[in-house]
Design a protein around this ligand. Structure first.
Ligand code: G6P
Length: 369
């Protein structure tokens, strides 16, 4: 009913707007301004445990897998532990090299996805320590794990995941910072600086949510497209994959995401007059590289929609459309950058008259093979 949707036209739109609160809730009690520690009381991992783990696997499906791809960057960057990310349906059938020296992080909104649960049991059977990031309290995955870090996103009804994704990423910052703290790979000051910026994320997301005009303009012009390309580098590449999944799930427009440096190894052959390319430019360190990639696709006739930070404005002279997100450090950018991509998928689907909350052929939680 309309009341359940809180006045929004769809659950997805409501859940998109719930993200500032959801990520705030996921930080409450764990990330506090007045202390320099990260408090993850629910996790029993010790410094000795961490010293034992030579490697971490992150295993998940769908959107949760995309959160895991961002998690790899965060854990490797902050805690200096090698991380491999795998989709659950591949991991469980490839006899992964897992033993007592392995930590497996399982990510799942529902905690009931069959492939993910089977991957958990496979790894646990081989002696791995299981830490799960789950939204539904008491779900199967939560119950089978040695440690659980809950995302406090609240119920997610729309099939296309939004607030579960951003809270999963917040949980992964918390895990990465906790590990960095235990391992001593970051100073107390560095941890505090990241925590302070995390506490500002809800306000930045709120601001990004207020910026819909450029996206609606894009949707009304491009909803008839058959193919859309997303490009990005570093953490933006992980976010591009999620933006592309959102778009195909609910608008049925074929899309793919590419690491921008790979364009020249194949995908650029597909760019012709009018091909739509969404370029994520939120990594300051990689901005110049992205500018070259945007020029490459523009030279072949692409219609480029760039998403950049307020401080990096050069791209607007090259792109057809540019949307600015609030200033945020490269590492903390994914939860902000994904907002316009969620809205873009949403408005494209609405423009096409699709059933946004219940897309064809998809289920909220896949409990069959
Ligand atoms: C289904 C949903 C996706 C979700 C995936 C994993 O495919 O439609 O939105 O990302 O399952 O679900 P989980 O509950 O394990 O995060």
């Amino acid at each position: 009913s309309a009341a359940e949707k809180g006045g929004y036209r769809h659950f997805m739109l409501k859940e998109i707007h719930e993200q500032p609160k959801a990520i705030k809730d996921t930080m409450t009690g764990r990330i506090a301004k007045d202390s320099d520690a990260i408090r993850l009381d629910d996790i029993k991992l010790t410094a000795e445990d961490l010293a034992r783990f030579g490697k971490i696997f992150i295993v998940a499906c769908g959107t949760a897998y995309h959160a895991g791809l961002a998690g790899k960057y965060l854990i490797e960057h902050l805690a200096k532990i090698p991380v491999e990310v795998d989709v659950a349906s591949e991991f469980r059938y490839r006899n992964p090299l897992v033993d007592e020296k392995t930590l497996v992080i399982i990510i799942s909104q529902s905690g009931e996805t069959l492939d993910t649960f089977a991957a958990l049991k496979e790894a646990k059977g081989k002696g791995a320590r299981i830490l799960s990031v789950v939204n539904v309290v008491g779900s199967s995955i939560a119950r089978e794990s040695h440690d659980v870090l809950y995302t406090w996103a609240g119920p997610e009804i729309a099939v296309a995941s939004t607030k579960a994704y951003t809270t999963q990423i917040i949980a992964l910052y918390e895990i990465a910072l906790h590990m960095a703290d235990l391992k001593g790979t970051l100073s107390k000051e560095a941890i505090k600086a990241i925590k302070d910026e995390m506490l500002n994320l809800p306000a930045k997301i709120e601001k990004a949510l207020g910026n819909k005009e450029e996206i609606q303009k894009f949707a009304s012009k491009n909803s008839g497209e058959k193919d859309v390309f997303f490009i990005g580098r570093g953490l933006d590449y992980a976010v591009a994959l999620e933006g592309s999944l959102k778009l195909k799930e609910i608008s049925y427009i074929h899309s793919d995401a590419y690491a921008a440096g790979e364009l020249k190894h194949g995908p650029i052959a597909l760019i012709e007059e009018g091909t739509v390319v969404i370029a994520l430019m939120a990594q300051h360190e990689l901005y110049e590289k992205m500018l070259s990639n945007v020029k490459e696709v523009k030279a072949r006739g692409a219609y480029v929609f760039a998403i950049a930070k307020e401080g990096n404005r050069e791209v607007e002279t090259i792109a057809d459309q540019t949307l600015y997100i609030p200033e945020v450090s490269d590492m903390l950018s994914p939860t902000v950058t994904v907002i316009p991509l969620q809205l873009l998928a949403y408005y494209m689907a609405v423009e096409k008259g699709c059933d946004v909350d219940m897309p064809r052929n998809l289920a909220k939680s896949v409990t069959v093979e």
